[in-house]
Write a protein of this length. Structure first.
Ligand SMILES: Nc1ncnc2c1ncn2[C@@H]1O[C@H](COP(=O)(O)OP(=O)(O)OP(=O)(O)O)[C@@H](O)[C@H]1O
Ligand SMILES: Nc1ncnc2c1ncn2[C@@H]1O[C@H](COP(=O)(O)OP(=O)(O)O)[C@@H](O)[C@H]1O
Ligand SMILES: [Mg+2]
Ligand SMILES: [Mg+2]
Ligand SMILES: [Zn+2]
Lengths: 279, 231
């Protein structure tokens, strides 16, 4: 290979429930839905394998319930996977399965290596402390101690995402959805993480605000060389942002490829439906 | 001389699941393209011309046949089976694609589009700015237009911007998909000059043109597509 991946996911599985004699004996492909009709166990992610490279945006599409957010939650340690591995090249030279690290190490990884923007800003921001304060908190946990440089950095980041200076002292609960997403992005970027996880960052925003956030993500990719996973059920967003795209259905990756190839020459029946719906 | 691009028995069939239909686009295509050569393809609409270019560029997957390309970075490799990351590299540094349609991010000015193309290759902003001015001037785009959005440009202006963007990377191989479609005679002449220009700098090109006259004296060799087959 001519380049090493920044992030590598191997055999990631997440199930809700213990399974039963029936579903435990089935292979990934034999399970047609993402749940067992006998015991109700949900197989939200089944054997996910993929890589992300430096400065690349990887798109993840799929209908509601296909397992996109569950995957992102596992990657950010919000949920414990049932099995699988994830490696990041800047942590222990990519040799440690992050899922097997201690919770203290996971904390460290979240502070130093990963950034995440949640679909719902409530999970990503503290709504009652100022925008600057939100970022300062993240900076403190990543090891910044001195107040003045911290404030300066917070302002710089909020400026980069176009939060007007006179509003930086306000709490995000007063902000519009688009502003909240932009503060989340600023916060996620504050520790210069090599990997950024974005779950439906533009969903529910009106079109012009959405365009703003998309521009911002493109800029981040170009200026910081960050590797980004972008989850969206909106193929338009994926078309704008992603270099490569994976398509999920019922917890499985059914197809992956260069984004223009996925859109213009989709192979799987489900992907063809998805693309036709966009046209 | 070694071919820069050697297509062997390429066939592309599209399977449309919901219609339970198979569309045979291009069948049994073989083409050799030597370094510096310019091959033109003509043929009626729907005969499978664009499909060939899109298979080379990996916008379409190739299941049958080989597309051997002599890469500066990777040496000889089959574009039909190269990894996605290799294709991304080649698109960034070696293979350009120009179509009659402009496909760009909204709210990006003509100048930014060319700059972006240079930036993608890892150049500095200053270098990109300089290069963009050079190319936009070279391809005769009115400076009044440089800082406006190309969605409103005329067909000919969009095309020149498209070519400027592709040339910013100085590709070794340039794929041209009907770059003269819907242009008036004067603009066509401009494009012809552009292509002659590229030829003189040694760019290897594979182009689709709907009028044979245009290709006269311009291409080193010509092919005609008929219902998926090259003649
Ligand atoms: N805590 C849980 N307990 C049981 N099932 C769950 C739980 N969390 C998620 N699931 C199930 O896992 C599957 C995947 O959910 P997930 O939130 O990952 O979907 P998604 O692809 O992000 O969908 P959307 O596009 O609607 O956000 C769904 O069937 C969901 O109902
Ligand atoms: N993405 C696609 N999906 C399905 N069919 C396609 C696709 N692209 C091209 N085709 C079909 O393949 C045939 C050749 O198309 P194309 O290569 O675009 O022709 P040309 O460029 O010669 O006009 C046509 O029948 C067209 O409808
Ligand atoms: Mg979700
Ligand atoms: Mg065509
Ligand atoms: Zn079961």
């Amino acid at each position: 290979m001519f380049e090493q991946p920044v992030l590598k996911v191997e055999g990631l599985r997440k199930q809700f429930g213990d399974g039963c004699g029936h579903c435990n004996s089935l292979s990934v492909d034999a399970l047609e839905k993402n749940y067992c009709t006998t015991c109700g166990t949900v197989y939200a992610c089944q054997d996910l394998n993929f890589e992300v490279y430096k400065g690349e945006i990887l798109g993840v599409v799929g209908e509601s319930g296909s397992g996109k957010s569950t995957m992102m939650q596992c990657l950010y340690f919000d949920k414990e996977p049932t099995s699988g591995a994830v490696y990041i090249d800047s942590y222990k030279e990519g040799r440690a399965n992050l899922f097997e690290e201690s919770s203290q190490q996971k904390r460290y990884i979240k502070d130093m290596v990963l950034g995440k923007v949640y679909q719902n800003p409530i999970y990503g921001l503290r709504m009652n402390i100022s925008a600057v304060g939100n970022i300062a908190e993240k900076l403190i946990s990543s090891g910044v101690r001195e107040v003045e440089p911290m404030k300066a950095r917070a302002k710089e980041l909020l400026e980069a995402v176009n939060i007007p200076t006179f509003r930086m002292g306000e709490a995000p609960k007063n902000f519009s959805g688009g502003m909240q997403q932009r503060v989340q992005i600023a916060k996620a970027l504050s520790n210069n993480p090599p990997v950024l996880l974005l779950d439906e960052v533009t969903t529910g925003l009106d079109l012009s605000v959405q365009a703003n956030v998309l521009d911002l993500i493109k800029e981040i990719q170009r200026d910081f060389g960050v590797s980004i996973i972008v989850v969206s059920h909106d193929l338009g967003v994926i078309r704008m942002l992603a270099d490569r795209t994976i398509v999920m259905l019922n917890g499985k990756i059914i197809e992956s490829g260069l984004t223009d190839q996925i859109l213009e020459d989709p192979q799987h029946e489900y992907t063809q439906q998805l693309v036709n719906a966009l046209l | 001389m070694e071919a820069l691009l050697k297509i062997e028995n390429l066939s592309k069939t599209f399977t449309l699941h919901h219609l339970d239909k198979h569309i045979k686009a291009s069948q049994n295509i073989s083409i050799d393209l030597k370094p510096g050569e310019f091959i033109g393809i003509t043929g009626r609409s729907g005969s499978g011309k664009s499909t060939i270019l899109k298979c080379i560029y990996r916008t379409y997957l190739t299941a049958v046949g080989d597309i051997w390309y002599d890469s500066e970075k990777f040496g000889r490799l089959n574009l039909a089976t190269a990894t996605e990351r290799q294709m991304i590299y080649l698109r960034k540094y070696e293979i350009g694609y120009v179509s009659q349609f402009l496909n760009v991010m909204p709210r990006t000015t003509a100048r930014q589009i060319v700059e972006e193309s240079v930036l993608q290759m890892g150049k500095t902003l200053a270098e990109a700015q300089k290069e963009a001015i050079k190319l936009l001037t070279h391809f005769n785009l009115d400076p009044e237009l440089w800082d406006s959005y190309p969605q409103k440009f005329s067909g000919g202006e969009q095309l020149r911007l498209n070519i400027a963007r592709a040339m910013a990377k100085r590709p070794r191989l340039l794929l041209l998909d009907e770059p003269t479609a819907s242009l008036d005679a004067a603009s066509k002449l401009k494009v012809r000059e552009l292509i002659e220009d590229l030829k003189s700098t040694g760019t290897t090109m594979l182009g689709i043109f709907h009028d044979i006259e245009f290709m006269e004296g311009l291409c080193d060799r010509q092919f005609n597509m008929e219902a998926g087959n090259l003649r």
